[in-house]
Design a protein around this ligand. Structure first.
Ligand SMILES: [Zn+2]
Length: 418
């Protein structure tokens, strides 16, 4: 039975890959609507011919890889279960204390997943490098991977230990208790993120350019924002892409600008970006994000509590899971979670796009400089070779920001109105 199901899963995945390949490389035609040809939103007016070709090619490959990566992850979890690897890992992790047992098991599972997923990750890195977006040395990229691995490992061990203890103690209501613990845990993580976690990866400092700082401070004063919240981060050793974001909660909340943004944009453009970030800050988007995240986690845990016992009852012998409360069921837990996260991403992306539209509108009101807005959006497109008008499928699953075609078109209207 294992062989039959294993083969079935591999064939299904193979067919899916072929279908996605044809969708992205042969059938998809997301050009520019005729009405927008030649306007500021048309990439052929602001990208060179070469950049245009590169951005089209790169977008196809990236979209294809994105839609392959999640199902590949599910296939790996499935394989780890039906081949009995998960069982071996549990047997090798016999320890007296649950936390050591879980740590051993999670370590073995994480190493295996890291190794299996490494080729795809490495390919993505070399791809980004060959298109001139990533500037990161292999050693630095590997260092980031190793940090990711250990942070993930530490966090997973803690969460898994609490989770499986709850499942054992309360098979019916563990999902709710787990969720109530998620609330303070996520808030704590968000609180320490900008001061503890982010600095492990990159160097942060208060904004260096004092003349620019003065301009930003007066803008911040207009928006009623405490001034010590503007930071820059050294990203030019890693990427050519431009970015800025708002992070953290409470005392630790701050606006962060990548140094690439500071190096390549004019002061007017940077002020527009700052105004956009202030827009997020002023309406406290981060708290809406927390609310959405916690609601989705609650629903997700409840669904897992329904689906997992059902699957074990029905396919327990195939998946080689005896009891849900045994750590060897973890790959199934991860499989279902990954599945739910993937299929709920259109919803979280839609919420995010709504916030981005609102932040753009706020920025337009605050700085009243549509020309700077248009050129900022064009520069962002250029630096990341991003797709200005993706297909609906790509937009729903991948776009936390409105596509540049929409963003440029919206503000370009105001350039003409003046
Ligand atoms: Zn934004």
């Amino acid at each position: 039975m294992t062989k039959k199901w294993g083969l079935l899963a591999v064939v299904a995945f193979g067919l899916y890959v072929v279908a996605m390949y044809f969708y992205f490389f042969y059938s998809q035609n997301s050009g520019i609507p005729a009405a927008l040809k030649g306007t500021a939103a048309d990439p052929s007016t602001f990208l060179t011919a070469q950049e245009l070709v590169l951005s089209e090619d790169l977008s196809k490959i990236r979209n294809f890889l994105f839609f392959i990566a999640a199902p590949l992850e599910w296939l790996l979890y499935f394989a780890i279960l039906i081949t009995g690897i998960s069982h071996f890992f549990e047997r090798w992790s016999q320890q007296k204390w649950a936390i050591w047992r879980n740590a051993m098991y999670v370590f073995l599972l994480s190493v295996l997943l890291f190794v299996l997923q490494f080729p795809l990750d490495y390919y993505k890195y070399t791809l980004s490098k060959s298109y001139g977006i990533s500037t990161q040395l292999f050693s630095s990229w590997m260092r980031d991977n190793v940090i990711d691995f250990w942070l993930d490992f530490g966090m997973t061990v803690i969460m898994v230990t609490v989770l499986y203890w709850l499942i054992k103690k309360s098979p019916k209501r563990w999902w709710f208790y787990a969720w109530t613990l998620t609330v303070p845990f996520s808030l704590f993580l968000m609180f320490i993120q900008p001061v503890v976690i982010d600095p492990i990866y990159n160097d942060f400092s208060p904004l260096q350019d004092k003349a620019l700082e003065t301009k930003i401070l007066s803008l911040a004063e207009q928006a009623d924002i405490p001034s010590e919240h503007v930071y820059e981060v050294n990203m030019s050793e890693k990427t050519n892409a431009l970015n800025a974001y708002v992070t953290g909660i409470g005392e630790n909340s701050r606006i962060v600008l990548w140094d690439t943004t500071l190096n390549r944009l004019t002061d007017e453009e940077i002020l527009f970006i700052m105004a956009h970030e202030m827009g997020h800050y002023v309406v406290k988007d981060i708290y809406l994000n927390i609310a959405v995240y916690l609601t989705m986690t609650l629903i997700g845990l409840w669904l897992i509590a329904k689906i997992m016992p059902w699957m074990i009852g029905r396919y327990g012998s195939l998946l080689k899971i005896k009891q849900m409360s045994n750590i060897h069921s973890l790959p199934l837990f991860l499989l279902i979670s990954s599945f739910l996260v993937f299929f709920s991403s259109p919803l979280s992306n839609a919420v995010s796009r709504y916030q981005e539209v609102r932040a753009d509108e706020y920025a337009m009101e605050l700085v009243e400089n549509p020309e700077a807005a248009v050129s900022t959006f064009q520069q962002l497109t250029k630096s990341g070779l991003s797709e200005v008008n993706p297909s609906a499928l790509v937009k729903w699953f991948r776009y936390s920001h409105p596509p540049m075609l929409e963003r440029i078109n919206k503000v370009a209207d105001q350039v003409e109105e003046e």
